[in-house]
Design a protein around this ligand. Sequence first.
Ligand SMILES: Cc1cc2nc3c(=O)[nH]c(=O)nc-3n(C[C@H](O)[C@H](O)[C@H](O)COP(=O)(O)OP(=O)(O)OC[C@H]3O[C@@H](n4cnc5c(N)ncnc54)[C@H](O)[C@@H]3O)c2cc1C
Length: 340
Amino acid sequence: MRCRCCTSHGIAVAGRCVNFSRNWPRHPFPESYRRNICPSRSTRSRSSSDSNGNGPKGTSAKRSRGLGSVTIAGSCIEHPATTSPCIGFETDMAIQWITGTLRNRKVWSDGLFTLTIHCPGVLEFEPGQFLQVGLPLPEKHLHRPYSVASPHGDDLEFFIVRVENGELTPKLWDLEIGQEIDVSEKATGGFTLSHTPRAKVLWLLGTGTGLAPYIAMLRDPKIWDTYERIVLVHGVRFLADLAYTDELERYSKAYDGRLIFVPVVSRALAAHGFQGRITQAIESGKLEQIAGERICPETSAVMMCGNPQMLDDVEQLLNDRGMRKHRRNEPGHYVVERYW
Ligand SMILES: Cc1cc2nc3c(=O)[nH]c(=O)nc-3n(C[C@H](O)[C@H](O)[C@H](O)COP(=O)(O)OP(=O)(O)OC[C@H]3O[C@@H](n4cnc5c(N)ncnc54)[C@H](O)[C@@H]3O)c2cc1C
């Protein structure tokens, strides 16, 4: 679902256009969205809770009441995320919360961490999708979208960076094992393999925590059944920010070299990768040399996620090579996930 004021831009989160959230409310959604009416059929969608706010029986998760909303996390239940134009659209009012418990906290470097949250009851989702994670504060419910860094299960991982002066992330950083944390029941987002073109080689480009959706995808068999080779490029500032490297090296060995992992480090020497930025690695031809593959319309599908500047620059480089953004009605070569 796109903001009607900037239809060429990205998806919407929590009822706001990601790209124009600072301008809210100058970029409101059409009235039908705000009234929680699915535009596909103009039918009102229903809450998964009964009138008491209780969810389906048989799960141990606690569900919050959802303020009498009529949608499941904003998307019409008759048009699930993979087919509905409601992708990524959520109204704050409509989110059904599951109260999870922090099970594990792994610190990769100062401010860079993975939270494992025990939250049974989250509905089935596709690797690459995101959930809302948040904390109920006295004055408001503070939450943000986070790509899930693991496939669906009772324990979900989130790979997070503490943003200086950020509202939520310093609070997430301070959480201790056993503390409660809210997770939305339903994942959304179209940054998934189902929405990515088929090709011989899949290029996964990510900066910082933009690695998260790829970890979830690599842990799922689908990616290995779909692409012959996968080149994962992780751009960071310092060597210490290269998270999940042991796991990536394990895949590389287990899948007989079908995964090529290229660290790109801007402020230090990367032993087996590239020193600089992802854009420089592409422009110089060094990335293709390391990977032994070309980035071209004939053989490549590209996913990219993270820092908006990197996304804009790489999009331009790919366009110059005759590649186009992949859309549902207009097949192309690359898909993009913007974090801010
Ligand atoms: C679809 C989607 C998926 C996301 N997945 C992740 C994820 O897996 N991990 C994650 O850490 N963040 C992710 N984010 C960003 C996340 O939602 C928050 O914006 C971020 O955690 C900052 O929250 P905050 O309240 O601390 O900062 P705020 O007070 O909301 O400040 C926002 C500012 O923080 C900066 N910022 C936001 N995200 C990042 C980031 N990842 N790295 C560096 N600076 C950032 C930007 O300058 C942004 O303008 C995702 C965002 C979207 C839209």
